[in-house]
Design a protein around this ligand. Sequence first.
Ligand SMILES: Nc1nc2c(ncn2[C@@H]2O[C@H](COP(=O)(O)OP(=O)(O)OP(=O)(O)O)[C@@H](O)[C@H]2O)c(=O)[nH]1
Ligand SMILES: C=C(OP(=O)(O)O)C(=O)O
Length: 212
Amino acid sequence: MDYGEVRDEVDLVVPVKTLDRAKTRLTSATGGDPVSHAALALALALDTVSAAVATPGVRRVVTITSDPAVAAEMAALGVESLPEPPQPGLNQALEHGARTLRSSRIGALQADLPALRPDELQAALEAARGRRAFVPDRQGTGTTLLLAAPGGELDPRFGVGSAGLHRLSGAVALIGAWPSLRCDVDTEEDLRLALALGLGTRTANALPARTT
Ligand SMILES: Nc1nc2c(ncn2[C@@H]2O[C@H](COP(=O)(O)OP(=O)(O)OP(=O)(O)O)[C@@H](O)[C@H]2O)c(=O)[nH]1
Ligand SMILES: C=C(OP(=O)(O)O)C(=O)O
């Protein structure tokens, strides 16, 4: 497919672990049932990706996953998936995705933003104004979005303390009134906060009744 050359637009890679390994800190939210847990992990990713696809300024969204169930569900949204590279790890998966896409502008979006609103993601993309930039999570320690400069490398440093590492690597911290973009869901407390912001429909449907 020819996606054209619009320099202000960004292609986003979204990493998604295999569902049986994903979101271990959220296991209690579904009462320890592995099938419900996998459904919740998948719903988080689908709501995130649906919002990203609907965002003006986002040209293309591609997930990086070795889980065929994730790839099939993403395909139903019209979203392509790339398999993980042989080297394990989140940053390796993102670098592989970025290299494969060869986009004029690349970004990485975490897959656990179930309240994400397209207008907030669009506002963050605009605030970057062509710089290599990142959006810290609500605690200020992690990263939910990393954007390369046009034509530049992604150079991802996700993991513990990634906000500090992205800042040290020269990326500009973007801090705006974008609660849905900053609310990544790792724990049940995060899930309650995302619920208050307004969950995507898939995540809302995947929750047990007591959480809603
Ligand atoms: N493709 C891919 N995605 C990853 C990998 N590691 C983490 N991710 C994804 O990166 C995002 C951020 O990771 P975390 O917030 O730590 O999520 P998680 O590892 O599923 O959660 P925990 O098990 O609770 O640490 C999530 O969307 C994960 O699915 C990896 O090795 N490969
Ligand atoms: C991998 C990260 O996510 P989390 O802190 O949610 O594990 C990160 O913020 O770099």
